[in-house]
Design a protein around this ligand. Structure first.
Ligand SMILES: [Zn+2]
Length: 96
């Protein structure tokens, strides 16, 4: 792979290896112990395969947690508006 050490974001060859890095997912949670390459020019991060899996897993967990939170919020709002689940689904375009 001749292009292995070329930044896929900006094309520079200023990639430096890092390890033990902590990346934020959504401003609330973060993943630590990540390794990979970071571009010194544009700052883009390229995680190695293992770190990427770890990061994606944490992102999925964060998305699920956020979905759960939104769902609870919708239930709270629906009850506040005294809507049935069916009425609420019609309003939001989801559900049966
Ligand atoms: Zn770059």
């Amino acid at each position: 792979m001749a292009e292995k050490n070329v930044c896929r974001a900006c094309g520079s060859d200023q990639l430096g290896a890092f390890s033990g890095k902590t990346l934020s997912i959504d401003g609330q949670s973060s993943v630590s112990g990540l390794a990979g390459l970071q571009c010194a020019v544009c700052g883009e991060v390229f995680l190695d395969a293992k770190s990427q899996d770890k990061y994606i897993e944490a992102c999925d967990a964060a998305v699920l947690a956020e979905r759960e939170r939104e769902q609870q919020e919708l239930i709270r709002i629906r009850k506040k508006l005294k809507l049935t689940q069916h009425q609420a689904a019609q309003l939001t375009g989801g559900g049966p």
